[in-house]
Design a protein around this ligand. Structure first.
Ligand SMILES: [Fe+2]
Ligand SMILES: [Fe+2]
Ligand SMILES: [Fe+2]
Length: 406
């Protein structure tokens, strides 16, 4: 099985998960990336640096994704206690990965001021150019008010940016945006969500980076780290699910590549959890019916984000059907049992196993005997696949040896 994924396509979809919020999906990262790419083109950046700029822009606030309050302040003009924290956290998430190393520094410096008065102490041309571009693109994106006609805002936005030329922003980049902004279509594009997808597809066509399964695994690891950071109770949940699911897939005869694909599905199965506020995930008591509905929606987002990636059809299915059940009453799709494939049933079993042995805000982790009893009961009630549950229980010691400590 040859596996090849367009990095632009992947990051564009993953970036949606970074800004999942109460009101659904916003477009902060997409629009920041569109503006940044236009500036990069205008300044004549070479192809390599321009690609890194695009990827960094698509991920620039990745360091805030697990912290609900901070994420909301960044896009809602609300004051933020430490503007540089998420930039530093984003840098740390990416710095050690071969694939994303080039994006780490621009992200670290994407709020650095041109005049050097930021904590990093970097000034002027010492700030990575991609960081300087994202700084300006990010500001413009946040200044756009979707409730007003876009061209009515042009002069105000340009004036706001010009006032900070030489202090906050690189004067050369302010000049570039002034030139780009004369084109009405630049603004119309930003105000037309139906166009965004076309913009990114256009970029994909000219020789963009493609990932094989190992590159994809390392990208998924980064997102698993963020997903698990949304709550101290799930610090290792995605990795545990990935390891258990990969073990079971191998035991059921999946090839090496398919087993790696299963690992990716395990790492990303809770991607949509980034849409659930931290205070619900950490709530010590029983959830209200409405809170429970918000929690249940996470699998919907996992599916709808992953299916946007070309080549991800199987991964989306395996990952997002983990709360579907063999009696046909699962959520959010109520998949009929006949359509619930082995891969999805494996992730469902791995997810329950991982959750039961972990601590939760409302109960401590369960003993091996309790875990076994609950899983057998669920299998008997057709909530889980009986055969897979037995495979897991029989291989329990081997599986435990591959897992992170609880
Ligand atoms: Fe930011
Ligand atoms: Fe931002
Ligand atoms: Fe889940």
């Amino acid at each position: 099985m040859i596996f090849s994924i367009h990095l632009t396509n992947l990051l564009k979809s993953f970036s949606l998960a970074l800004e999942l919020a109460d009101g659904g999906l916003s477009s902060h990262h997409w629009r920041t990336a569109m503006i940044a790419d236009r500036i990069g083109g205008h300044l004549g950046l070479a192809q390599g640096p321009r690609q890194s700029l695009l990827y960094a822009a698509l991920l620039h606030d990745i360091g805030a994704a697990a912290r609900w309050e901070e994420k909301n302040s960044l896009y809602g003009h609300k004051p933020i206690t430490n503007l540089y924290q998420h930039a530093e956290d984003g840098y740390r998430l990416l710095a050690d990965t071969p694939l994303f190393k080039a994006m780490a520094k621009p992200i670290r410096h994407h709020h650095d001021r041109w005049d050097g008065s930021s904590p990093s102490g970097l000034a002027g041309g010492d700030i990575p150019v991609a960081g300087r571009i994202i700084n300006l693109a990010d500001t413009i994106e946040v200044l756009i008010d979707d409730g007003r006609y876009i061209l009515d805002q042009r002069e105000d936005i340009l004036a706001a940016v010009a006032r900070q030329s030489g202090s906050q922003f690189d004067p050369e980049i302010v000049r570039a945006i002034g030139e780009i902004a004369r084109q009405d279509s630049f603004w119309f594009d930003l105000a037309t969500p139906q166009y965004y997808d076309h913009f990114f597809r256009g970029l994909q066509s000219h020789g963009q980076v493609r990932l094989n399964i190992d590159g994809l695994l390392s990208a998924a690891e980064i997102f698993a780290t963020i997903i698990d950071r949304t709550s101290s109770f799930t610090a290792t949940h995605s990795r545990t699910v990935a390891s258990v699911a990969a073990y079971l897939a191998h035991a059921k005869g999946y090839s090496d590549t398919e087993t790696k694909i299963m690992r990716v599905a395990g790492l990303l199965h809770d991607l949509g959890k980034l849409a659930v506020p931290n205070n619900i995930l950490e709530k010590p008591g029983k959830l209200t019916p409405r809170e429970f509905m918000i929690v249940k929606q996470h699998v919907y987002y996992t599916h709808r984000i992953l299916t946007q990636i070309d080549g991800f059809e199987i991964i989306a299915e395996w990952a997002a059907f983990h709360h579907e059940t063999l009696d046909g009453t699962g959520y959010p799709f109520r998949i009929p049992p006949a359509n619930l494939r082995l891969g999805s049933r494996i992730v469902a079993v791995a997810d329950v196993y991982a959750a039961l042995r972990e601590h939760r805000p409302y109960r401590p982790g369960l003993s091996p005997g309790e875990v076994e009893k609950i899983m057998l009961d669920m299998a008997a009630a057709r909530r889980l696949d009986n055969d897979i549950v037995h495979t897991l229980l029989a291989a329990r010691d081997d599986i435990e040896a591959t897992l992170p400590a609880v």
